[in-house]
Design a binder for this molecule. Sequence first.
Ligand code: G6Q
Length: 547
Amino acid sequence: MTDLTRMAAWEALELHAGKHRDRHLRELFTADARRAQRFAFRLDDLLVDLSKQRLSSETLALLLELARATDLEAWRDAMFRGERINTTEDRAVLHVALRNRSGRPMQVDGQDVMPDVLAVLERLERFTGDVREGRWLGHTGARITNVVNIGIGGSDLGPAMVTEALWPYGTADLRVHFVSNVDDSHLQQVCRDLDPAETLFIVASKTFTTDETMTNARSARSWLVERLGDEAAVARHMVAVSTNEEAVRAFGIDPDAMFGFWDWVGGRYSLWSAIGLPIMLAVGYPRFVELLDGAHAMDEHFRTAPLAENLPVLLGLVGIWNRNFLGAGTHAILPYDQRLARLAAYLQQADMESNGKSVRRDGHRVDYATGPILFGEPGTNSQHSFFQLLHQGTELVPADFIVAARSTTALGDHHLRLLANCLAQTEALAFGKTPEEARHELEAQGLTGEALEAMLPHKLFAGNQPTTTIVYDELTPYALGRLLALYEHVIFVQGQIWGLNSYDQWGVELGKQLAKRILPVLQGEADGQDLPPPTRALIEEVLQRRR
Ligand code: G6Q
């Protein structure tokens, strides 16, 4: 692997950044009357407006050169061919097969995976219909009115985010809840108002060994059995989604009530698989298929569009520019859409677990920055909280503004107000407010002399915060699927350029290992002499308080 920072394309970008870095967006827009049009990229009704990013056509050309130099297209094709690009786990990365609506085969190890994918989808369709239409009943013969998904990480964040995003397509007759935290408060809060006779639990775990999920699943089972007074109730009130049939059986769930997926589906890329069952139950199977269709449209675009028009490639490159050449350490996800309230949490995992790495695929340490810290909240709420820092703080914070042109649930002029805020913020972040403008405003308010001078510095906005505006007609299941696949491929593009394996997550292991050593000490089954003093001290402290 050639060192990234020694590549001619990288060096050219550094040189270019030296000259370009300090150019203000005001200046860039003044110099080019057609900038808004020039940097608008589209796929059907999806607009990705990069005009308020701090780059020029030359920047983009150099970034595209970098993409070519790092063999982006060859790696992308290897992913679609089902090659084992997740090298440390020796796995293919083929979540695109889960939403392959083309009828074409997709292979792993020379084997077409599509028949299996479609067979599980068929079972899911049947089961979803049975639950929603009252053919699958609880142990006492009652209809299922509440579904609780027990899962964590990739087995929670995607389905939870999508289920919330698609609420207008759901029904009050069947409510879907999510329990992820091993903190009993989560399960207890969700179950408090539920009737066990009408509740179905989905135990969602790829491995079926995850401690949090299995602990919650065991407690959920006890809750059911205690209240319904019969072990046999489990068969009508618990189903599993997993790749580990043996463990599902050992837990006491019949494999007939298990929906499978495969090791080539990474947890954080799994909402398109049977892990999407809570979504299907919430909005119905046909809507789930629309979600897959949208993702597939983005997959096809990513696979076939020329790099210079390829949305995931362009967005990925803009991220590289901001991170490596402008020095941004964060990235804000700002959906102007309450339905996307969990999008930032979902993307935090997708991006930070994929590209939060400092060792390259080949085992060498990187000498450049990789994945940024993602954060975000829906606008306009975030305007009333952390936007202050974006406008007048000392950090460069690139941000994605995501908004639908119209609301699915339209009410009065709410949506126009939402849109006005979204557009206003990107304008304010880009152009800021100059001393002249601020002075003029203060004068208009009647301020003069010392009072005006004292106030002036507080009223300035530097601007030049880079933003991308993403607009589509309406947040349909299709549009959501397309948007999520866009972000997935952006992560691929960046991970590839940084030379990372975006599909493992060894960084989550250490804490889990240590928790396994601490638990027996808390349970009084080990003395903890092998633990470091600060851990022992804290254990002693909490045990004392519990006594
Ligand atoms: C995702 C990660 C991780 C995983 C959870 C749950 O890519 O691998 O978030 O999804 O640890 O794992 P299980 O589904 O195996 O319970």
